[in-house]
Design a protein around this ligand. Structure first.
Ligand code: SAM
Length: 346
């Protein structure tokens, strides 16, 4: 099996059957082999640096009804909130002082935040913090909207493809959402010039080794700048409440394989990984990740942005959790840096 890892490193791509064999293999000594190579690849581009992104979860209103997500529109038990521009800028202010040079605006697909409001917000952020990158993660929009956001100064866009298999996509989303449109959005984003991120949940309901292999094939063809993967964690107020969650071990293996496939990738050790394992983020780094996204949202809204049950960091002040992160990363041999942390081209 090691020869497949070597082939991936040499050619940066594999055939579908090869991905299946690698993903299916249960030998944990293979993981060590993968992680060692992944760390060496990351070292070449990014050294031991951990890039931090200040995550601002600015609205939990959402017009979509994804079966897995705690902020889906059918969750009537959820108290909805929407931060104002000035509340968001306050978060940036705190974040900037702490050393964040990227802010990630993430939210549901909220009609209350029109394109004009997003454009205004991005312009304000770029005017106040010209040395910072702004990442948007606000779902599927028209190409013209993406162009307007880019024009306003947004640098990056995260839009997980969720799964590259049409049948699987159907099982995770209601009719009105299509994989075709999701992929079209990703292509538009990349074409416009965004540093673009796709990704998926590991262990989402109805996922198979086969669909995972298709995800890896999609990513090797699409060549994104960022990939966000984290374990699926059920949320008790969704149709998938009783489904099994994803595994830390498989998430780590896939992180390692992604790093070997695209060595200069911006690859976060996600909050979901940190939620399932107390040292999940450090483990993610050891598997090849190089980005962590601490929460800068005001504490009183964090418990309302629960995409899944038991999401971490709901109570810590930004400063406190950053201090903790710096310490744990230092102990693991990594350095949290004050930098935009852009994608490094080959
Ligand atoms: N609305 C935007 C979008 O669709 O891209 C951004 C917000 S959305 C909540 C961010 C990501 O959360 C999704 O792409 C999904 O992969 C992840 N997510 C949602 N529910 C989850 C769950 N139960 N477990 C793990 N991740 C989840």
């Amino acid at each position: 099996m090691r020869e497949l890892v070597d082939k991936l490193q040499a050619e940066r791509r594999l055939e579908k059957q090869e991905w299946i064999r690698l993903i299916r293999n249960e030998d944990s000594s293979l993981d060590e082999y993968i992680f060692e190579k992944a760390r060496a690849e990351r070292e070449f581009y990014y050294g031991n640096r951990v890039y931090i992104r200040g995550l601002i979860e600015f609205t939990n209103y959402c017009k979509n009804d994804c079966y897995y997500c705690g902020i889906r529109r059918s969750n009537k038990k959820l108290e909805r909130y929407r931060l104002t521009e000035s509340q968001i800028l306050d978060c940036c202010d705190i974040g900037y002082e702490l050393g964040f040079r990227t802010f990630v605006l993430q939210g549901g697909e909220d009609a209350g935040y029109t394109d004009e409001k997003i454009v205004h917000l991005v312009r304000s952020m770029k005017a106040l913090y010209p040395d910072c990158a702004v990442t948007l993660s606000i779902g599927e929009k028209k190409k013209e909207s993406y162009e307007a956001f880019f024009e306003a100064g947004a640098d990056r866009y995260l839009l997980r493809h969720e799964t590259a298999n049409t049948n699987h996509y159907r099982k995770l989303h209601p009719e009105e959402l299509t994989l075709e449109n999701r992929i079209q959005c990703l292509m538009n984003l990349k074409e416009i010039g965004f540093q673009t991120g796709c990704g998926f949940m590991v262990g989402s309901p109805y996922q198979t080794v086969d669909t995972l292999a298709e995800d890896m094939m999609f990513i090797q063809n699409f060549q994104p700048h960022m990939v966000g993967i984290g374990p699926f964690i059920p949320h008790h107020q969704t149709p998938f409440a009783d489904m099994e969650g994803g595994s830390v071990a498989l998430t780590l293996r896939l992180l390692g394989l992604l790093r070997i496939m695209i060595p200069n990738l911006l690859l976060p050790a996600t909050t979901a990984l940190g939620t399932l394992h107390p040292r999940g983020r450090e483990k993610g780094m050891a598997a090849g990740a190089n980005v962590v996204m601490p929460n800068l949202s005001p504490i009183d809204v964090r418990e309302k942005y629960l995409l899944y049950d038991n999401k971490i960091c709901t109570g810590d002040e930004a400063a406190e959790s950053l201090q903790h992160l710096k310490q744990t990363m230092k102990e693991a041999g990594y350095e949290v840096v004050t930098s935009r942390g852009d994608f490094i081209h080959k």
